[in-house]
Ligand binder design. Structure first.
Ligand code: OSB
Ligand code: MG
Length: 364
């Protein structure tokens, strides 16, 4: 799919104006499940792209799931073990399997996942802007809409002044920053991050490169602000190692990055046992992926507001109708219909589609 974004989104990786994604549909037992692949056009946030995900899903994931009986969707991720990496490709199919499973049982996805709350706390992620004035205007708008925390994207040169501007204008609001791996352990870089300690941020998300667990641990020992890892946490064992090393005090869970809901549930439980709070990340999902995320975010250890916000911040119209809305108190309701529980507008899906492929059970 290619969907125009309501506003451009800029991170330390660059600026995008359209969201490209793959929507996976799985048919079984007379019903259909949907999953959204969160890979991007460029291999910057992760090594995967939409092209690699297309290749992996059609050539390697599909033959391992089509016509196979699974007792539970938890069994899908382990069945893909021979395929190394490519978590986003795997997750798109695995999450569609969870949706299908919940629909076949006639229950909402949150029930299948073990959710415990009827509303989730919503925050927003504000990209790098053209000016500090634009940033102030954006923050003002999101606070007025009721969102419970503000995250701003940072990079060297758009960091201390941006945080200073927001703090001076809006006071002690719940505020955090996301560097998307833009900093290093060089002295000037660490000095910039250390200056952020003066602003009572809730956390600094992924300051260093995705593989640098040891460096994150060293950095955390020098900062009072908690470090939250995003890009680095691509498996339960990566999380175990990061926590043991003291590389983070908070973790953000994105099921796409983990390979699906199965490994995300394991990560959620691991963090709960280790006293690590989690929140649900976002990847500019359409209403289909966004709905799936809402169900996962209803689990008990999602104690911090996440990056799941209203559809209208991203797409107008969204692929679903009605769109996802946030209430004035900055919460989003967890829907109670079968599966992900949103109605997909097939006409909009068709209009946004730029490529389609049907994979079927090989008849020998
Ligand atoms: O690092 O959390 C991130 C978007 C695309 C890729 C990576 C990230 C993000 C966001 C946006 O921060 C979260 C959202 O609003 O969906
Ligand atoms: Mg992030």
């Amino acid at each position: 799919m290619k969907l125009p974004l309501v506003h451009f989104f800029e991170t330390s990786f660059g600026r995008i104006h359209d969201k490209h994604c793959i929507i996976v549909r799985v048919d079984g037992g007379g019903l259909t499940g949907y999953g959204e692949c969160v890979a991007e056009q460029d291999p910057y946030y992760s090594a995967e792209t939409n092209e690699t995900a297309w290749h992996i899903v059609t050539s390697f994931v599909a033959p391992r799931v089509i016509g196979v009986d699974f007792a539970h969707p938890r069994d899908v991720f382990p069945a893909l073990k021979a395929i190394r990496g490519h978590n986003m490709a795997k997750a798109a199919v695995e999450m569609a399997a969870w949706d299908l499973y919940a629909r076949l049982r006639g229950e909402p996805l949150h029930a299948a996942l073990g959710g415990v709350r009827g509303r989730i706390a919503s925050g927003v992620s504000i990209g790098i802007q053209d000016s500090l004035g634009d940033l102030e205007a954006k923050v003002e708008r999101e606070l007025a809409a009721g969102y419970q925390r503000i995250k701003i994207k940072i990079k060297p040169g758009w960091d201390v002044a941006a945080v200073e501007t927001v703090r001076r204008r809006f006071g002690s609001i719940p505020l955090m920053v996301d560097a998307n791996a833009a900093y290093t352990m060089d002295t000037p870089s660490v000095d910039r991050l250390k200056r952020l300690d003066d602003y009572q941020l809730m956390m600094i998300e992924q300051p260093l490169d995705y593989g640098d667990i040891t460096d994150h641990a060293e950095l955390q020992s020098r900062l009072t602000t908690p470090i939250c890892l995003d890009e680095s946490i691509t498996s339960v064992s990566a999380a175990r190692d990061a926590i043991a090393a003291g590389a983070c005090r908070i973790i953000n869970i994105k099921p796409g990055r983990m390979g699906g809901f199965g490994p995300s549930l394991e990560l959620h439980d691991l963090c709960a046992r280790r006293g690590i709070p989690v929140w649900h990340g976002g990847m500019l999902e359409s209403g289909i992926g966004r709905a799936a995320n809402i169900h996962l975010a209803s689990l008990p250890n999602f104690t911090l507001p996440g990056d799941i916000a209203a559809s209208r911040r991203y797409f107008d119209p969204d692929l679903i109708d009605p769109p996802i809305e946030a209430a004035a108190d900055g919460t989003i309701g967890v829907p109670d219909g079968p599966g992900i529980s949103v109605s997909i507008r097939e006409d909009r899906l068709d209009r946004a589609t730029i490529r389609r492929e049907v994979c079927e059970h090989a008849t020998v």
